[in-house]
Design a protein around this ligand. Structure first.
Ligand SMILES: Cc1cc2nc3c(=O)[nH]c(=O)nc-3n(C[C@H](O)[C@H](O)[C@H](O)COP(=O)(O)OP(=O)(O)OC[C@H]3O[C@@H](n4cnc5c(N)ncnc54)[C@H](O)[C@@H]3O)c2cc1C
Ligand code: FES
Length: 264
């Protein structure tokens, strides 16, 4: 694992993605070449009242411009402060942290299952896979939410040329229902079994993806969230139980775990 570092960066671009989602791009981040999809940065919120950093998955990097992007949803005090930042504000990032996703083999089809704030690391994963020459037609990107407003940055996924499957509970865009329904249908119908699942999203979706992988014997990985006081494996504030016994730290041993590894 790359040794993480703390760095002051400037917020150089902030975009309002609607429905309380924002994209924030920071420069100059010297660790862009060490970042991998699934890893995260721990962001110091520029406020005297907020002590703990907030974990944000890396949504993309630009090696040439030394930029790093995160996409976040305003859910509480810390993310509200982040959403109130202005361009040119200084922000300290600790990272890159955590275990990244493993790349699929070129012959494998990546079945990506994204939802909510689990979308940013999977957008990064799909983008990097395409950049590294993975056939975009071997990337099935399932993206679930309550309604169309929850499915942000759809045009970015479409531009990648991957097979995109939006799914909403109210049917306002794509198929109607829970995202894991069409995922299961796809897996069952797949002509060959060279599949690899990648999941990140709300708890229920993660559980269902993990269970589906175990039940249908599809290998893959899921990325977990947990409250993270330190983010560097010291405080044990983020531990989760493992199926085989014992515990793992989400920040240091994860956030990416094998399907069937964690007792969800
Ligand atoms: C590895 C990792 C990657 C993440 N990536 C992203 C991302 O890319 N985009 C994004 O928007 N969010 C992401 N999160 C979640 C984000 O860290 C939390 O939403 C954020 O810390 C909430 O901070 P807050 O101060 O706004 O909310 P708080 O005031 O701290 O809490 C508001 C609500 O969010 C819940 N909450 C707080 N922290 C967490 C947490 N760490 N995990 C789950 N629920 C939490 C609280 O229980 C409460 O209900 C990630 C979390 C982890 C652990
Ligand atoms: S957040 Fe401290 S050990 Fe994981």
């Amino acid at each position: 694992m790359t040794r993480p570092s703390c760095q002051d960066t400037l917020l150089i671009k902030k975009r309002d993605l609607k429905n309380n989602y924002f994209s924030a791009t920071f420069r100059t981040y010297s660790r862009v070449d060490q970042c991998r999809p699934g890893q995260f940065v721990h962001i110091q919120i520029p406020s005297a009242e907020i002590y703990f950093r907030r974990a944000m998955s890396i949504a993309g990097v630009s090696s040439r411009r030394r930029e790093i992007e995160v996409i976040f949803k305003v859910v509480g005090r810390g993310t509200r402060q982040l959403g109130n930042l202005h361009e040119k504000d200084r922000v300290n990032l600790l990272g890159p942290l955590g275990v990244p996703f493993r790349w699929p083999r070129k012959s494998e089809t990546a079945v990506i299952v994204a939802g909510g704030v689990g979308f940013p690391p999977l957008l990064y994963l799909a983008s990097e896979m395409v950049k590294r020459g993975h056939d975009p037609r071997r990337i099935e990107f399932f993206y679930g939410g309550r309604s169309s407003a929850d499915l942000i940055e759809r045009s970015r996924i479409r531009k990648l040329g991957v097979r995109f499957h939006p799914v909403t509970e109210d049917g306002s865009v794509g198929e109607k229902g829970l995202v894991t329904g069409p995922v299961e249908e796809f897996v069952r119908r797949a002509p060959n079994r060279h599949l690899r699942l990648y999941g990140c999203g709300p708890e229920g979706m993660l559980k269902a993806t993990n269970e589906l992988g175990v039940r249908l014997k599809v290998p893959g990985q899921i990325s977990l969230e947990a409250p993270m006081p330190c983010g560097i494996g010291i405080c044990l504030g983020c531990v989760v139980p493992l199926v085989g016994g014992g515990h793992a730290r989400v920040c240091w041993d994860g956030p990416v775990f094998e399907i069937g590894e964690v007792a969800l």
